[in-house]
Design a protein around this ligand. Structure first.
Ligand code: AVI
Length: 315
C-alpha cells in the first residue's frame, strides 16, 4: 500500500475545509481520462499551445537560439505523447540543425510510445528517453558541456500553488548553466465563459477525472465512498485567475476508510478541494521568476491569445 497516499488522505480529510491533492488523479484510469480531456472542444489549452508549435515554429526556434553554432539538447519535462513538441522537432530536422531530444517522464509507458513514434516519423533524430523525477534527471545533465533547452509545456505549472511554483522554477534554474533556455507553457487569465467550460465539460469527463481520486481511495485504501453522492464543482473568477475544482457532498453522509480505520463525516454541500489550475499574466510570471537567475526573453502566444509560451534565459 502507498503510505504517502494513505497519510495524505488522512491529513486532507481530517482538515477543515477538506482537501486532497490533484496528483492523485493520475493512475492508469486518470491518465486515460486526461487524454480524453485534452481532446475535448472545451479544453482550449491543448489546441492553443498546438497552434503556437504548429504556426509559430520559426519564432520559437529563433527565441530559443537554436542554431548550428553550438550543438544542444532539448530536454522535455513531462513529455507525454510529445504531440506538440514533434512540430518543433520536425522543423529543426528540416532545417538540418544539430541537436538531440531527451524526453523525461515518470511513465515509461509514455516514453516507449513516444520513442517508437519518433523512430517512424523522424528516424534520423537522436533521441534519449529518461524515465524519472525531473530534478534527478536535470541534475544528472548539468555537467554536460552541451547547451540545454528545457521544455515544460501544457500549463502544468498551474497545478502548483504560487510558492511551490516559485520553488520549482528556482530549482529548475539551479540546474541550468548560463546560455541555457527554459520554455514554459502557461494558460493566460481570461474571461470566465472561456475558462470555466474547460473545467466543466458537457460530457462529464472532467467530473469523472475529479471523482477518480475517490475511486482510488476506494480501491487502494478500502474506502466506501459512494461516487453517486459527490458532484464535481468547479469555480473560477477572472479577478482571481485560478480555476479551482471541488467535490461536493450531495447529502449528510459517513465514509469509512479501512486502511485508516476511520470514518469521515460529510455535511450536505460540504466540499473537498482537489485542484487548482492557475492562469497567469506577465506580472504574475515576473514575480515567479524574480531572483531565480532567469530572465524573461520572449513570449509567444497563439492566434487567440489564450495561451503563452514564455522563453526564459539563464544568464
Ligand atoms: C495537467 N493540468 C495542466 C490540467 C489543468 O488544466 O490544470 C489538469 C486538468 N484538470 C482538469 N482538467 C485538466
Amino acid at each position: 500500500m502507498n503510505e504517502q497516499f494513505k497519510n495524505d488522505v488522512l491529513d486532507g480529510l481530517s482538515a477543515n475545509p477538506k482537501f486532497l491533492s490533484s496528483k492523485y488523479f493520475y493512475d492508469k484510469i486518470g491518465d486515460d481520462l486526461f487524454v480524453q480531456i485534452m481532446n475535448l472542444p472545451e479544453y482550449y489549452l491543448t489546441n492553443a499551445e498546438m497552434d503556437i508549435f504548429s504556426n509559430k515554429t520559426d519564432e520559437l526556434i529563433a527565441a530559443l537560439n537554436c542554431t548550428n553554432d553550438r550543438p544542444f539538447d532539448i530536454v522535455e519535462l513531462g513529455a507525454g505523447d510529445g504531440s506538440k513538441t514533434i512540430k518543433l522537432l520536425e522543423r529543426l530536422v528540416d532545417r538540418k540543425i544539430n541537436f538531440s531530444y531527451q524526453p523525461v517522464d515518470i511513465s515509461q509507458n509514455a516514453l516507449d510510445g513516444l520513442e517508437s513514434r519518433l523512430k517512424t516519423e523522424l528516424p534520423n533524430l537522436e533521441v534519449e528517453t529518461q524515465q524519472g523525477e525531473y530534478f534527478e534527471v536535470l541534475s544528472s545533465l548539468k555537467n554536460t558541456n552541451r547547451r540545454k533547452v528545457v521544455l515544460f509545456l501544457g500549463s502544468n505549472i498551474g497545478n502548483m500553488l504560487d510558492p511551490i511554483a516559485k520553488k520549482f522554477i528556482d530549482e529548475l534554474s539551479s540546474n541550468l548553466n548560463g546560455g541555457d533556455h527554459l520554455l514554459i507553457g502557461i494558460d493566460l487569465i481570461k474571461a470566465v465563459d472561456i475558462v470555466l467550460p474547460a473545467y466543466n465539460d458537457s460530457k462529464g469527463i472532467t467530473a469523472a477525472f475529479n471523482l477518480n481520486v475517490l475511486r482510488r481511495i476506494n480501491s487502494e485504501l478500502g474506502g466506501d465512498f459512494d461516487l453517486e453522492k459527490f458532484v464535481h464543482s468547479p469555480y473560477y473568477t477572472e479577478e482571481e485567475g485560478i480555476a479551482k475544482s471541488y467535490l461536493k457532498s450531495t447529502c449528510n453522509q459517513e465514509v469509512f476508510i479501512a486502511a485508516l480505520d476511520k470514518t469521515f463525516h460529510f455535511e450536505e454541500g460540504e466540499t473537498i478541494h482537489t485542484e487548482i489550475s492557475r492562469k497567469y499574466n506577465d506580472k504574475i510570471m515576473q514575480s515567479l521568476i524574480q531572483d531565480s537567475g532567469l530572465q524573461m526573453c520572449n513570449k509567444i502566444m497563439d492566434n487567440k491569445e489564450y495561451f503563452a509560451d514564455y522563453i526564459l534565459c539563464k544568464s
